[in-house]
Write a protein that binds this ligand. Structure first.
Ligand code: UDX
Length: 451
């Protein structure tokens, strides 16, 4: 089928490449000319495992095109995906200006019926707004052309976006048009072969499903973080509690890892937007408000831990930081808990030596050159001359460090772990003090770092 995708961010680019890979003829449109030129040259603007070869192969095979020409894009696809950003407005509501601008563009250029498929995460009622915008623009042109607006939210995770998109758990399609349903079933047939993953519903339910999914996951995380705080204060071990509750299939093991708080481009923004939606119709979202408050507090926990240990003045102290990205396998630092940590450390006068396998370039872009931030080529290099280590992202490169070297390198022999990567007893055996989330602190068992 001929498909056009507006927006070459995470969602649009991955979706476009994956649809091309199963044989569809896909044109990706973006207003950013530099980005389009780079994509045409096979350069991928984001770090996403498996994406570069997928884009390059399908581009070379002539199934994946990139353009800045909106008219060409509209002419190309019978299905037109909206995958542009919906950044939060000042009040937390989703800013629809990009979505509505593309709707106008489509209506300006279309000369035959189109099915507009919304992939962006947008508040309930947006499909109606898109339809109104298209209708109005068509009317202004004096054109009478049929169109449908379908909601088809995306559930991919950064760092696993290609795999998620190739093997979706579910394909939510919100439409009451039989013709649009048929088109989307045909489009997704290659992903729907073994058992039916399509969940068909009305447009508004599909729009709400996306927010409900992210808010539910954010709730699980804030919940376990709250219990971790309790465990810490009561002398219990959250990792034992986590395994204990996860074994109940109604709860499950997924998304109950305590940590330094959730970040990224989705959870914080979507929880905020859903709160805003609820409040805009005078419905008080008690649970969502608590989820957000808990996470705001959780993002400060690691810094608070360090300040509780050293006191409020960190002048003269150097803290090594492992991990800057909001999670492993991405260079994305949007709403990353590392940002809270770094700001708090700097505010207290500390020096930071940071290492992240892929996000250092992004960190440099965000923070610029500053004397209290040194980027280091390896985890161990970050420890040179450091007093303590703080871990914010659970990259697999950090999972089995040489603890003896860590103990020798750190002046104060202390590790603050925001992701509970290690067994406290093991760390303590290597002569390190170990503070993690929701577990009793472990004091060094031996001062002999060679044991
Ligand atoms: C999320 C959803 O998972 C995805 O379905 C949706 O389409 C977009 O939002 P993403 O933001 O890429 O995806 O990251 P995800 O892997 O879900 O992690 C989100 C945050 O939660 C990260 O900061 C992560 O560290 C944190 N997290 C996750 C926890 O703190 N504990 C957990 O148990 C799981």
């Amino acid at each position: 089928m001929k498909v056009t995708v507006f927006g070459t961010g995470y969602v649009g680019l991955v979706q476009g490449a994956v649809l091309a890979d199963v044989g569809h003829d896909v044109m990706c449109v973006d207003i950013d000319a530099a980005k389009v030129a780079a994509l045409q040259a096979g350069q991928i603007p984001i770090h996403e495992p498996g994406l570069a070869p997928l884009v390059q192969a399908n581009h070379a095979a002539g199934r994946l095109h990139f353009t800045t020409d909106a008219a060409e894009g509209v002419a190309h696809g019978e299905l037109i995906f909206l995958a542009v950003g919906t950044p939060p407005d000042e009040d937390g509501s989703a800013d629809l200006q990009h979505v509505l601008a593309v709707a106008r563009t489509i209506a300006t250029h279309m000369d035959r019926p189109k099915t507009i498929v919304n992939k962006s995460t947008v508040p309930v009622g947006t499909a109606d707004k898109v339809a109104a915008e298209v209708r109005q623009t068509l009317a202004a042109r004096g054109a009478d052309i049929a169109f449908e607006v379908v909601s088809n939210p995306e559930f991919l995770k950064e760092g696993a976006a290609v795999a998620d998109c190739m093997r979706p758990d579910r394909i939510v399609i919100g439409t009451s048009s039989a013709a649009a349903e048929r088109q989307l079933r045909e489009l997704y047939a290659p992903f729907n072969r073994n058992h039916d993953r399509i969940v068909l519903m009305d447009v508004k339910s599909a729009e709400l499903t996306k927010y409900a999914a992210n808010a539910m996951l954010a709730t699980k995380i804030s919940f376990i973080n709250e219990i971790a705080g309790l465990a810490e204060r009561l002398g219990a071990d959250i990792e034992a509690v986590r395994r204990g509750i996860g074994s109940d299939p109604r709860i499950g093991y997924h998304f109950i890892y305590p940590g330094a708080g959730y970040g990224g481009s989705c959870f914080p923004k979507d929880v905020k937007a859903l709160i805003h939606t609820a409040q805009s119709i005078d419905y008080r979202p008690e649970v969502l408000l608590a989820v957000e408050r808990r996470n705001d507090a959780q993002r400060e926990v690691l810094a608070e831990r360090i300040l509780a240990h050293y006191g409020p003045n960190l002048r003269g102290k150097t803290i090594a930081v492992w991990g800057l990205a909001f999670k492993p396998e991405t260079d994305d630092m949007r709403e990353a808990p590392s940002r809270n940590l770094l700001q708090a450390l700097w505010a207290a006068g500390a020096q930071v030596r940071a290492h992240d396998p892929v996000a250092m370039r992004e960190a440099r872009r965000i923070f610029g050159d500053r004397p209290d931030l040194v980027f280091c080529d390896s985890p161990m290099a970050a420890l040179d001359g450091a007093d303590a280590l703080a871990i914010v992202t659970e990259w697999k490169q950090f999972r089995v460090p040489d603890f003896d070297r860590v103990a020798r390198a750190l002046r104060d022999r202390i590790v603050f772990d925001g992701r509970n990567l290690y067994d406290p007893a093991v760390v303590a055996r290597h002569g390190l003090t170990y503070e993690s989330i929701g577990r009793p602190a472990a004091a060094p068992k031996s001062t002999d770092a060679s044991t």
